[in-house]
Design a protein around this ligand. Structure first.
Ligand code: GLC
Length: 460
């Protein structure tokens, strides 16, 4: 009897445990679905690359690219003193540009922590600045309603237990490699998980965790990178578990080398040709793009993308159901440089008038004419005209489906016709268009905005 009673109790306990974990799982999934929907609505974010490399001012990979020693890199640590830094100003620029979230490099590959980590001396706390940068930035962006993401490098070229590999700054230094033979990835992994725990327990709700990056089989300039690292090195399954446990609603990117577990994909420095899929299924994605090819502040780099190109990239991204994460690398005084500010303000001028064509909008099932992109938001279809044509734009499939049309920048009406498909071209009368085509009549003058947008009100 006793044993039977015990068995029943155990069974009941097990059932209750399964129910609780299932309910918890459903709750967490629901939370993540909501976050993902919110993330997709936000559409436009600011990437911030800031660290010691900022002082070198020649790309955030300078340590590896120039194969610098710790001693050669040390002056940047000793002189890190961004005295003009005001997090509110950065948040104002981002929000003025129409951005809805930010992602901050908490630690880049150089290994330097922008917060006062208890697990390392290689932190802001030990520089002349001597204080946490992450908290005040998070507060300033949050106060303006922007979402918060943390970029965190899996790679660490400073940690004494990070095994040397083909990307490491000391990759060609035989003596160094020999002396580093005892490096223990297990200890590094503990440190990595420990720092992530600090980040996800000190700063409240974080929307996205942006890990960077895995390279088990990387081919760099035609050569396979030796010692490449991936899920076993980072302990990716445990890391993912840890992140989700500490912040059940958080969205995690796709660079942990754990196929099938990411919440969004991260195409870097290129525009995908269409909506992205993984194994044939549509996925959320976020294109990350630079202003001038470098992520960290790069003083002498003049490859700045013009404002109209960046606006086209944003529109193109949303038309393919993606987000755009646009980067600024602030300088060593703690300011965004004039060129970055001018670019953000240029984008902001366009966003002030046009944001409803991108924020909260997504792709449309209609096929746009050449050199145009559609986005859609409920019954509003937005036609973005990348190259200004003379006189007319023919819109397939929209005849009889548009109640009203206007330019978005000034709410001036755009007249429309439906040409009789059988009408022959003759003299000043143009020929018919395929059945179902709606024709817009355009002014000769292209509206003086980075990308003109025509707002089409669809009928029921
Ligand atoms: C990379 C680079 C890096 C940059 C990042 C942004 O993989 O290593 O420097 O931070 O991607 O996407």
């Amino acid at each position: 009897m006793e044993i039977d009673g015990l068995g029943r109790q155990r069974q009941a306990l097990r059932r209750a445990w399964f129910r609780v974990t299932r309910e918890q799982h459903v709750r967490e999934q629901h939370l993540r679905d909501q976050r993902l929907a919110d993330f997709r609505n936000r559409r436009f974010g600011l990437f911030l690359h800031w660290g010691l490399y900022t002082l070198a001012a020649r790309h955030e990979w300078v340590l590896s690219a120039e194969r610098l020693t710790d001693e050669q890199y040390r002056p940047y640590f000793e002189h890190f003193d961004p005295d003009l830094h005001d997090p509110g100003l950065w948040a104002d620029e981002a929000s003025g540009a129409g951005m809805r979230y930010m992602v901050l490099t908490t630690k880049h590959h150089e290994g330097f922590a922008l917060w006062d980590s208890a697990l390392s001396h290689y932190t802001v706390g030990h520089t002349p600045l001597g204080k946490d940068l992450v908290g005040p930035l998070v507060d300033a962006f949050r106060a303006r309603g922007l979402g918060i993401g943390f970029y965190h490098s899996l790679i660490d070229w400073h940690h004494p237990d990070f095994p040397v590999d083909g990307l490491h700054p000391r990759r060609d230094d035989r003596q160094f490699i020999e002396a580093a033979g005892g490096r223990d990835i297990v200890r590094y992994r503990e440190f990595l998980h420990g720092q992530v725990t600090e980040l996800l327990t000190r700063y409240g709700d974080i929307d996205t965790m942006w890990f960077d990056f895995s390279y088990p089989d990387l081919v760099h300039y035609g050569e396979r990178v030796w010692g490449g690292k991936g899920r076993d090195d980072w302990g990716s399954p445990q890391l993912m578990e840890l992140v989700r446990r500490l912040q059940p609603g958080i969205l995690v990117n796709d660079r942990l080398d754990l196929p099938g577990t990411a919440d969004f994909s991260t195409p870097e420095q290129y525009q995908p040709a269409g909506p992205m899929t993984v194994d044939g299924r549509p996925v959320a994605w976020e294109a990350c793009q630079t202003l001038n090819g470098s992520w960290g502040y790069d003083r002498d780099n003049l490859d700045w993308k013009p404002v109209d190109m960046l606006v086209r990239m944003l529109v193109d991204t949303v038309s393919k159901d993606g987000n755009l994460l646009l980067n600024v690398g602030p300088n060593g005084r703690g300011e965004m440089d004039e060129r970055a500010i001018a670019t953000l303000r240029g984008i902001g001028r366009w966003m002030r008038l046009h944001e409803r064509s991108v924020i909260g909008a997504g792709p449309s099932a209609y096929r746009p004419p050449a050199d145009c992109r559609y986005t859609q938001r409920g019954d509003r279809l937005y036609l973005h005209v990348f190259a200004w044509p003379f006189g007319h734009l023919h819109l397939p499939g929209l005849a009889g489906r548009v109640r009203y049309a206007q330019f978005l920048h000034d709410a001036s009406e755009v007249k429309r016709d439906i040409a009789d498909p059988g009408q022959p071209a003759h003299g000043i009368s143009s020929g018919g268009q395929p059945p179902g085509t709606l024709t817009l009549q355009l002014p000769v003058q292209r509206p003086d905005v980075a990308v003109p947008v025509i707002e089409l009100f669809l009928s029921g």
